[in-house]
Design a protein around this ligand. Structure first.
Ligand code: LLP
Length: 415
């Protein structure tokens, strides 16, 4: 589904012209499409329909309450990585039994919070974490449901910052070490080993690394089965890529077919943790051109969104499409660096974009629904932008623009 389309020469979000949203709510602003979120979630749910499964949306990709609400109403599970994300999914009405808790650094407090909320499973990433969880669960007189996140040592063929399944990465437990820990299950009386889990990286554009990882983890499951330990589920993580530019990632159906072929004949429920592929293309960042600044070397379009609003280009040199909301047909396009007001040379949203622009024009940065607002900051004491959810012809303000009062509230002058 393409939620952002041109109608009568102007870019719309579903049935709403983006110019209207900019006029009513100002810029910069994040705009999400409810229909696109729902379509992306259903694509996964349908793709895995042949087996017992649970789509656990990775909250970190976009944790706005309204986004979580939309998905919770579909019956989604959630993959969380902090106590804060747990509070968010509970506030959005999620079923805690469908929540999996990932992350390498869970604190005692977060473990207790998640045990008391009765989350469905802890994805445990190290032996000391297993010991700590056993201890915390014992003190609360609870039994934690656990899966070990194994590190299958496969190359996800993605940006090194978002590759997580190689043995030199901090994530997961090697397959051999995990096997030894599963065999020691009797040493952890307050834990119930119900699953196994892997997540090898993000923005993967081929199924082969997922298939390799799955093969290795299935071999582990078979060895554990021989030793009398039967697991209920396998969590295959997230990581399926999206098209930002010219990438051609498999769709959820192709991805599911490749993996389900290897799972045939097993009594394993499949858990998934997609984030980006649910939210990225369900959102744009709207921004306005403040100034055009031609120089002998380059042409700059200085816009009102910056690296603090959308960090991916600055952090990963990520390419996201930038398009005019109202294209100017007549003008001769020029190559611009689209930059923000922040005082850093790395503050850019895109480079060498051939566009016909004038001061005051509105631009939309595509694929900004995932890892956009959630990675924003107040750098340069900039107020974070509002978030809006379009649903047909309705526009809901789902997070208001920050004010400087919001920013200053936790701070104090010296006595
Ligand atoms: N599960 C776990 C354990 C994860 O660490 C992640 C993402 C996901 C699921 C969801 O992966 P996805 O389906 O979204 O690829 N900030 C980076 C992406 C970081 C991803 C971190 N982990 C970016 O903007 O590209």
């Amino acid at each position: 589904m393409t939620p952002f389309t041109y109608r009568n020469g102007t870019l719309h979000a579903e049935d709403v012209p983006l110019g209207r949203i900019a006029a009513e709510h100002g810029t910069p602003a994040y705009v999400y499409s409810r229909a696109a979120l729902e379509a992306a979630w259903h694509a996964y749910d349908d793709a895995f329909a042949a087996v017992p499964h649970q789509v656990c949306y990775a909250v970190k990709a976009n944790s706005n309450l309204a986004v979580l609400d939309v998905l919770a109403r579909l019956g989604s599970g959630f993959d969380i990585v902090s106590g804060g994300e747990l509070d968010r999914v509970l506030a959005a009405g999620a079923d805690p039994a469908r929540v999996v808790f990932s992350g390498v650094g869970k604190s005692r407090y977060e473990m207790a919070q998640a045990l008391n909320a009765e989350v469905g499973c802890f994805n445990v990433e190290s032996e000391p974490e297993l010991e700590r969880l056993n201890h915390v669960a014992g003190r609360l007189d609870r039994r934690a449901r656990v899966s070990l996140r194994v590190n299958p040592d496969v190359d996800a063929e993605t940006h090194p910052y978002i590759s997580t399944g190689l043995k030199e990465n901090k994530f997961g437990i090697s397959i051999d070490a995990a096997e030894a820990l599963y065999r020691r299950h009797a040493d952890f009386p307050h834990l119930q080993f119900v699953g196994v889990d892997f997540h090898i990286g993000s923005q993967l554009t081929r199924t082969a690394p997922f298939e390799d990882a799955l093969e290795r983890v299935l071999a582990l499951i078979d060895r554990l089965g021989d030793a009398g330990l039967t697991l209920e589920h396998i969590d295959i993580g997230g990581g399926l890529g999206v098209c930002y530019h010219d990438e051609t990632p498999p769709d959820p159906a192709t991805y599911a077919d490749a993996l389900l072929a290897r799972l045939a004949g097993r009594e394993l429920a499949v858990y998934l943790e997609p984030g980006r592929s649910i939210a990225a293309n369900a959102g744009v960042l709207l921004t306005r051109v403040e100034y055009l600044k031609p120089t002998p070397d380059r042409n700059f379009a200085i816009v009102d969104a910056a690296m603090n609003d959308l960090l991916r280009p600055a952090l990963y040199d990520a390419w996201q499409s930038i398009v005019p909301v109202q294209p100017r047909d007549s003008d001769r396009p020029v190559a611009y660096d689209i930059v923000g007001p922040v005082c850093e040379t790395g503050d850019f949203l895109g480079k060498d974009r051939v566009l016909a622009l004038a001061q005051g024009d509105l631009l939309a940065v595509h694929s900004a629904g995932a890892y956009g607002f959630v990675m924003s900051s107040n750098y340069n004491t900039r107020n974070r932008p509002p978030e809006l959810m379009v649903d047909g012809d309705a526009v809901h303000l789902v997070r208001r623009r920050e004010t400087v009062e919001d920013q200053l509230a936790p701070e104090r002058l010296l006595p």
